[in-house]
Ligand binder design. Structure first.
Ligand code: GTP
Ligand code: MG
Ligand code: ZN
Length: 311
C-alpha cells in the first residue's frame, strides 16, 4: 500500500493511506537512506510504501520514495547532524509574533534564507495582532512593507479573534504547507482556528519568560477540509545553518541576488570591497539595514562552511 507519513516519533510512524485511513507503522529492518546523514531516516511528508500483516496491527514500511525537497535543522547546537523537520513541501509559512514571544528579524531572515536555499516558496504570517499596541502596529506595517517589497507574501492574523483567517485559508489551499516559528506564536492555535475538530493542544505563555513552553512535541501533518495539508511543528529556538558556503548566502537574499553580477570583484563579500553593488544599494536605502546586518550575522555563523579562498 502507498501512503504519506503524517507523524513520526522516532521509532513509530503514522502513515495515511490513499483512502485516508491511518496506520501505525515501523520501519522494516535496517533501512539505509543514502542522500543525507540525518537523525531521522523517515520524516513527516515522506511518500512510502508499506505492508500490512494478516492481523493488520502494525504496518511495515519497506519503500521510501525520493523526496522533492526537505527542510532540516541541526539536531543539537554542537552537532553537525541534521534533523529533517518535514519533506515534500509546497510552501513554508513562518508564524511571527512581535511580542509574547518576540520573533527577531534574525530568525525570520535565517528561515527565509533556508527556504531560498531549498527553493521552497515562503510566506510570513504575523499572528496575535489583537495584542499589539499602536507602536507594535506601526512596526508591523514596516515589517510587512519590507518583506512584501522583497517578494514574500505577508498576512496578519489573530487566531483568538479569528481575524485574517479567510486569507490564511486561501494561502494554504491545495498545497502541502509547513508551519514553523518559535514556541508560543500560535501555530497550533491557527490550525485549530481554520480546521475545526482537530482540537490540538495549545500551550500557555510563561509569565516569567514571556515564551511558549514547547507544547507541540512532534511534527504532525493534518489534511485540510478545503484542500491541501498543513504540518504543525514544535517551536524552534534557532535554525542552525548547515552546508551553506559563505559566498552563497547573498544569493539567497532575493534583493541582493540581482545585484551580484554588478559587484566589481567576482569574489566580493559585500562587506568592504570598492565597487560593491550591494553596499551601494544599502547606502541608497534600496537594501534594508536589518536585512544587511542579518546577512553579516550569517557570515559569522559557526555552522557556515568556511572556505579558505573567500576570506
Ligand atoms: N491573544 C492571542 N493569543 C493567541 C493567538 N494565537 C495563539 N494564542 C495563544 O498563544 C498560546 C500559544 O499558542 P500555541 O498555538 O500553543 O503556540 P504554538 O506555536 O503551537 O507553540 P508550540 O507548540 O510550543 O511550538 C496559547 O495560549 C494560545 O491561545 C492570538 O492570535 N492572539
Ligand atoms: Mg503547537
Ligand atoms: Zn559586493
Amino acid at each position: 500500500m502507498k501512503g504519506i507519513v503524517t507523524k513520526s516519533t522516532g521509532s513509530w510512524y503514522t502513515v495515511m493511506a490513499e483512502d485516508g485511513t491511518r496506520y501505525e507503522c515501523k520501519l522494516k529492518g535496517n533501512f539505509k537512506i543514502k542522500e543525507i546523514s540525518s537523525t531521522n531516516p523517515v520524516s513527516v511528508g515522506d511518500h512510502v510504501q508499506f505492508e500490512l500483516p494478516g492481523d493488520k496491527s502494525i504496518g511495515m514500511i519497506n519503500v521510501i520514495e525520493d523526496r522533492n525537497n526537505y527542510i532540516v535543522r541541526k539536531s543539537t547546537k554542537l552537532s553537525k547532524r541534521q534533523h529533517i523537520i518535514a519533506c515534500n513541501i509546497d510552501q513554508a509559512v513562518i508564524i511571527v509574533t512581535l511580542a509574547l514571544p518576540r520573533t527577531s528579524t534574525g530568525f525570520i531572515d535565517r528561515f527565509l534564507m533556508t527556504t531560498e536555499e531549498y527553493h521552497i516558496p515562503a510566506a510570513i504570517v504575523f499572528n496575535k495582532v489583537d495584542l499589539y499596541t499602536d507602536d507594535f502596529l506601526e512596526y508591523l506595517e514596516e515589517m510587512k512593507t519590507l518583506y512584501e517589497g522583497i517578494g514574500y507574501k505577508c498576512l496578519v492574523t489573530s487566531a483568538t479573534m479569528r481575524d485574517g483567517l479567510d486569507e490564511f485559508k486561501e494561502l494554504l489551499k491545495g498545497k502541502t504547507n509547513l508551519l514553523v516559528g518559535h514556541s508560543g506564536v500560535g501555530k497550533s492555535a491557527l490550525i485549530n482556528a481554520i480546521q475545526p475538530g482537530l482540537n490540538i493542544k495549545l500551550g500557555e505563555i510563561s509569565r516569567y519568560h514571556l515564551k511558549g513552553q514547547h507544547t507541540t512535541t512532534f511534527a504532525e501533518m493534518h489534511p485540510l477540509s478545503f484542500g491541501g495539508f498543513i504540518i504543525d511543528t514544535p517551536g524552534i529556538k534557532e535554525l542552525g545553518m548547515i552546508h551553506v558556503k559563505p559566498q552563497e548566502i547573498a544569493g539567497y537574499f532575493p534583493e541582493m541576488r540581482a545585484l551580484l553580477p554588478k559587484c566589481k570583484f567576482y569574489n566580493c563579500t559585500h562587506i568592504h570591497e570598492p565597487g560593491c553593488a550591494v553596499i551601494e544599494a544599502l547606502e541608497k536605502g534600496e537594501i534594508n539595514q536589518s536585512r544587511y546586518q542579518n546577512y553579516l550575522g550569517m557570515l559569522n555563523d559557526e555552522g557556515i562552511e568556511k572556505s579558505k579562498d573567500w576570506d
